[in-house]
Design a binder for this molecule. Structure first.
Ligand code: ZN
Length: 219
């Protein structure tokens, strides 16, 4: 990592490989409502342009924006930069105003616990309440992977949490799609359901039993 000095005592962080190219220019700060970026000016004979440092590094197509994953507009190391569409970027910004540093997580009242929640198409889906902020964030991640696929903005891009994945599959199947499903989110279709000892239903795909609903329906 290398440091590029800006105006007003601020610095930008960049990768070693980008330093030489960037340090040829004089950079200053660009303040917006929510964060500070690094910018430079480029003049040609007719016009004067502003070029933002993170765009100079990532060179996104027109209409695409750069998201700073950690929310710090001056951390321009490549691991912290992600190209996304405007609406994907807004999702990320909105979530930062909450009390957790993780996306999709906020405090659960005064309980000291953390709620994981995800929004899609104006619907918000409650993913559960957890003692551990990090686990809540992983639940958000697993849900985002399912709902947003390659466009998901994740708290931990390289981590998988199997238990969280099963949990959110169940939540998404039940609450979003209204499926009757096993704990892993497999739908209890005729083909996928095995009845056992009269009152038990077993998911053929994973062997998970779900007795409550079946009992309730029988009763
Ligand atoms: Zn199953």
């Amino acid at each position: 990592m290398k440091v590029i000095e800006l105006t007003q005592g601020q610095v930008a962080l960049v990768d070693d490989e980008d330093f030489d190219g960037l340090s040829r220019w004089k950079w200053c700060i660009a303040k917006t409502q929510s964060t500070i970026y690094a910018k430079r000016r480029r003049k040609n004979s007719k016009k004067c342009y502003t070029i933002l440092m993170h765009r100079d590094i990532m060179l996104p197509d027109a209409g695409m924006v750069i998201d700073h994953i950690d929310g710090n507009g001056l951390n321009n190391q490549r691991y912290n930069l992600r190209i996304c569409s405007q609406s994907q970027n807004m999702r990320n910004i909105n979530s930062r105003s909450g009390a957790s540093k993780y996306k999709g997580v906020c405090r659960w009242g005064d309980s000291g616990r953390w709620k994981a929640e995800i929004r899609k198409n104006k619907h918000s889906l409650h993913l559960g309440v957890f003692n551990d902020e990090l686990i809540a964030a992983q639940h958000y991640d697993e849900a985002a992977k399912i709902l947003f696929r390659e466009f998901a903005l994740l708290n931990f891009p390289n981590k998988n949490n199997r238990e969280a994945e099963n949990g959110v599959r169940f939540t998404i199947a039940r609450r979003l799609h209204g499926y009757d499903c096993c704990r892993h989110g497999h739908e209890y279709t005729k083909e996928n359901t095995r009845y056992q000892k009269e009152r038990y239903r077993v998911c053929r795909r994973c062997g998970q039993e779900r007795t409550k609903e079946w009992k309730a329906r029988q009763g």
